[in-house]
Write a protein that binds this ligand. Structure first.
Ligand code: DQA
Length: 151
């Protein structure tokens, strides 16, 4: 099983970016923790970050037929990107939306996610552990899709 983790703008600055909100773990540290947990679950993980919306759209498109699940922290693009929403809707890869912070407990503009309606679920507010929870959710999604009854 293969899971693609995508990270959007400014997440490369984790560790020194508003640590009171996002914690002190760097994105490299999160990647290492995810890969360690993935190994015990026998899951293959590809972990990427870009500040560019078009790059994230390209990666979502390219995930079709290559990955079983996409986990995406679209960061600020969560609240603005119709392009990313359309890309997720276009590919038949189950996608899980994640956030380090609890976006619903923050500013009003963060309450709206344009990608939520095309994702199978959202994990928000558990800091770096949101990524580990998403890894477990990915396994669940894959198993559920395998055992789903065909009409
Ligand atoms: C974030 C929440 C977003 O609102 C914000 O723009 C981010 C990070 C999070 O992980 O909590 O950049 O996605």
């Amino acid at each position: 099983m293969k899971v693609l983790f995508l990270n959007g703008p400014n997440l490369n600055m984790l560790g020194r970016r508003e640590p009171d909100i996002y914690g002190t773990t760097t994105l490299t540290g999160i990647e290492a923790d995810v890969k360690k947990a993935a190994k015990t679950l026998k899951v293959e993980v590809d972990f990427r970050q870009s500040n560019l919306e078009g790059q994230l759209v390209d990666w979502v498109q390219q995930a079709a037929d290559r990955f079983d699940v996409i986990v995406i922290n679209a960061a600020a693009y969560t609240h603005t990107s119709v392009a990313l929403r359309d890309a997720i809707a276009a590919v038949e890869v189950p996608t899980i939306e994640i956030h380090l912070s609890n976006v619903h407990a923050r500013e009003k503009f963060r309450h709206k996610s344009l990608i939520a309606p095309v994702c199978c679920g959202q994990i928000s507010g558990f800091g770096a552990k949101s990524y580990i929870l998403a890894l477990y959710a990915s396994v669940h999604v894959k198993v559920a899709s395998k055992t789903a009854k065909k009409p």
